[in-house]
Structure formats: structure tokens, C-alpha cells
Design a binder for this molecule. Structure first.
Ligand code: DER
Length: 256
């Protein structure tokens, strides 16, 4: 109950603060917290929302937008050189620098495409997601979207990089075999020791290069994305974290 209340409060506050009436293009993430974001947007009423178009990050997100009667459009239709005004999404874990672990809902690939197509990215998360370092609160591992036929090779490389017991995410009851994403891919969950921040490595304490199994967020992200067979990784940028290709601003705020 407390968690749901926290999600709802965070979502309504985030929409109040960051969905400005003049915005026309809005990204909608996936998961259970973003349900409250869509509720809060729908509550603004059609006089506000009818002027806006909403971009999904997967099948669940698309259903949320349609069920709320909001205008649906796809990121594949965003004109060249244009960006979304804002994108809202959840996270599995948020560290001190607003770096995120995402992918608990296996939607990370389209989520990152939409998030990095937006001028502002608002992460909405309940208090459970707050953590000093990624991997402290969320112990299931970093979600990594992979080409199924490459999964065994990727698992080998992850073990070599020091991941403890990486594994292919099994399907939910009713789906024999692996979880299959909206993109027809698999997810590997790769646990690592808590990921270091610049304030840990700059002080000269730790290298963060994977030696003794300790990685800095950006060093690990750069290494993971290069593994052949990896499509996308569930590590998202923060204010001092990963650079974002699209030049999208860092997460403006995280709401807890
Ligand atoms: O899969 C995802 O990235 C989701 O956004 C997830 O990280 C958040 O899901 P939740 O809001 O249900 O915790």
C-alpha cells in the first residue's frame, strides 16, 4: 500500500512539475509506476491532452496510452531533427548521480530510444528504488537485451567480466522458455558488484575498470554495449554518468 501510494504521489508530482501545457510530444515509459503517470496526464482533461501526442516504449505502454484515450504516435514517425518535449519512465534503481538500472519490465531498448529522443527525461520511482550505488538495492542484475542466438556467447563474456551468475530471463508462467521482448529478443540479467561513481574513482580509491570485479557505471556501460550480440543495456545516463548520443539533457529530476 505504501509503495503504491509512493508511486502515485511521485507520478502526480512529476506530471504537475514537468508536463507543461505547451508541450506537444510526450514519451511514455513502461512498468507499473508509469501507469500512475498516465493516470495523472489523463486527469488533466482533453482540453489539455488533446493538443498532445504520446509516444510508447512497448506494447504495455501503447495499451496504457490507448486505454487512457490519449493520442498515440510512434517514435519511428518523429520528423528528422525533432525531439520529444519530455519523456516519463520508471526505473528499477536510481543512484546518487541519477544513473538508472532499467529493464525490470524487459522494455529497456525502446525505453532508451524514446528517452534519448526527448529534451527532458523524468524518472518516476518510489522510495524502494533509491540506492547509493547501482546493484545495492536491485540485486537481479543489469538487464541486457540480446540476440537469442548470441546469448551463450554473451553469458560467457559477462562471466569473464566478473558478473556473478548472469542468466537468461525465463518466461513468466504461460510462456515456456525465455522471456521474449517486444522486439523479439531475449533478456540476460547480469549481477555485478555495486557500480562505482566518479566520486569513488576520482579519489584514487578504485580504478573502476573491472579489476577486482569493481566497475564504474560508465566504464561498465561502454564495455557491455560492445559485446557482440548485445542490442541494448539497462544502464541509463545520469547527471555525471553516461553521455547520451542524442544530446538529450540529463534526467532533470527523479521523483521518489
Ligand atoms: O522495465 C523498465 O525499465 C521499467 O521502467 C521498470 O524499470 C520500472 O518498473 P516499475 O515502475 O514497475 O518498478
Amino acid at each position: 500500500k505504501l509503495v503504491e501510494t509512493s508511486k502515485r504521489l511521485a507520478a502526480y508530482q512529476a506530471v504537475k512539475d514537468y508536463l507543461l501545457p505547451e508541450y506537444t510530444r510526450v514519451g511514455i515509459g513502461s512498468g507499473s509506476t508509469v501507469v500512475y503517470v498516465v493516470d495523472a496526464i489523463a486527469a488533466l482533461g482533453p482540453e489539455v491532452t488533446s493538443k498532445m501526442v504520446f509516444y510508447p516504449t512497448g506494447s504495455q505502454s501503447e495499451e496504457l496510452i490507448e486505454a487512457a484515450g490519449l493520442n498515440l504516435q510512434y517514435i519511428s514517425k518523429l520528423p528528422a531533427g525533432q525531439q520529444l518535449d519530455v519523456a516519463f519512465d520508471g526505473a528499477d534503481e536510481v543512484d546518487d548521480d541519477l544513473n538508472l538500472i532499467k529493464g525490470g519490465g524487459a522494455c529497456l531498448w525502446q525505453e532508451k530510444i524514446v528517452a534519448t529522443s526527448a529534451k527532458r527525461f523524468i524518472c518516476v520511482a518510489d522510495f524502494r528504488k533509491l540506492s547509493p550505488r547501482l546493484g545495492t538495492a536491485w540485486k537481479k542484475g543489469i538487464p541486457i537485451e540480446v540476440l537469442p542466438m548470441a546469448a551463450p556467447r554473451v553469458l560467457d563474456e559477462l562471466r569473464r567480466m566478473g558478473s556473478q551468475n548472469p542468466r537468461i530471463r525465463p518466461g513468466l508462467p504461460g510462456k515456456a522458455g525465455a522471456t521474449v521482448t517486444d522486439n523479439g529478443m531475449w533478456i540476460i540479467d547480469a549481477p555485478f558488484a555495486p557500480l562505482l561513481l566518479p566520486k569513488d574513482t576520482e579519489s584514487g580509491g578504485q580504478a573502476g575498470d573491472g579489476s577486482n570485479g569493481l566497475w564504474a557505471v560508465d566504464v561498465l556501460a561502454d564495455a557491455l554495449i560492445k559485446i557482440p550480440g548485445v542490442a541494448e543495456i539497462g544502464l541509463f545516463y545520469g547527471k555525471n554518468g553516461l553521455q547520451v548520443a542524442s544530446g538529450a539533457q540529463k534526467p532533470v529530476a527523479a521523483y521518489f
